[in-house]
Design a protein around this ligand. Structure first.
Ligand code: 8YV
Length: 316
């Protein structure tokens, strides 16, 4: 069989496991966006051959690709959140978009509970206390209890529901806020601030994007209170980070466990230097098993597209 003179290109914008790409090689020539010596030259000379793209919910479609890839037909988002991808723009151009729902929910929920526990019991501070030899000078200060607390979940979607299930095992009461009440045995609150007023710990599990930008602001943090804990495993954009820093600084808020930030990977010194926070580098889905499953699903969506089949997990 003759090989076509030009092969369609799959443009890989964000870091992606090379071994997972094997099934895609049958259909596409793979080009790593970050390895290109000159993106402008690539777009000019080979942009017309790009039919598929892998990106994630933070990077989206690079700005200089929006009008330079006339044959782009599918964008596979390596993540459940696709807030940085302009889906209406893609749909208007007939570009299919997919994401990776469900398979990462358990890991994200695990990390949410881990951060809630670690922020309450001050796990990193206690670890440092032992390592730095401070124990010989006296005991570690008392922390706060997590079990039995009121856990408010902002966004009771697939991930929020798993967080609720896990948190309930700690004999907590569960409240939630979302677009509408659901058929669940948890207490519904009609606003973020009302949920925060009730809750001891507020766990953010809502999608990112313009609709939820700064949903957690100064008032929410004040309502959560000086003994309250904020956990964010969603997107940095959902929390007003300046208000959070201020609230942690003056004791308006007790503590925070954060996996996501407003300007990743940059985390301001006011957070890295704070004794009231537990910080992780956006790792909620970062286990070997889940990242492998995500990569396989991304590639499955691309190969299904190449075969003219419906996508496995379409967004539009
Ligand atoms: C990943 C995520 O860190 O699924 C999401 O929305 O933010 C995370 O799972 C990211 O997408 C990695 O590419």
């Amino acid at each position: 069989m003759k090989t076509p003179v030009t092969r369609p290109i799959l443009l890989v914008v964000t870091p992606f496991a090379a071994e997972a790409l094997a099934p895609a090689r049958e259909h596409f020539e793979i080009v790593e966006w970050r390895a290109l010596p000159d993106a402008a030259v690539f777009l000019r000379e080979r942009g017309g051959r790009v039919v598929a793209m892998i990106t994630n919910g933070m990077a989206g479609v690079p700005a200089n690709c929006r009008d330079t890839l006339p044959n782009l037909a599918v964008i596979a988002c390596n993540g459940v959140g696709y807030d940085a991808i302009d889906v209406p723009w893609a749909t208007a151009r007939g570009i299919r978009v997919s994401n990776t729902p469900d398979i990462l929910s358990g890991d994200v929920a695990d990390l949410a509970v881990l951060l809630a526990l670690a922020a309450h019991r001050r796990l990193p501070q206690a670890d440092r206390f032992v390592r730095e030899g401070q124990w010989q000078a006296g005991p570690f200060p008392l922390a706060r209890r997590f079990w039995g607390s009121r856990v408010g979940i902002l966004g009771l979607g697939r991930i929020g529901r798993l967080i609720a299930r896990r948190a309930a095992a700690f004999d907590t009461q569960i409240g939630y806020c979302g677009r509408k009440p659901q058929d669940v045995p948890y207490t519904y609150f009609g606003s973020t601030d009302a949920l925060a007023e009730w809750a001891d710990v507020l766990i953010v599990a809502t999608p990112g994007g313009p609709d939820t930008r700064h949903l957690v602001g100064r008032e929410t943090l004040r309502a959560l209170g000086g003994d309250g804990v904020l956990v964010n495993v969603a997107r940095g954009s959902v929390v007003d980070q300046s208000a959070l820093i201020e609230a942690l600084g003056d004791g308006t808020l007790g503590a925070a466990g954060l996996d996501v930030f407003e300007d990743e990977p940059h985390v301001p010194p006011a957070l890295t230097g704070s004794d009231r926070v537990v910080l992780t580098p956006h790792i909620a889905s970062a286990t070997v098993q889940t990242r492998r499953a995500m990569a396989e699903l991304v590639v499955e969506n691309l190969t299904r597209h190449a075969r003219g089949l419906p996508l496995a997990t379409p967004v539009n």
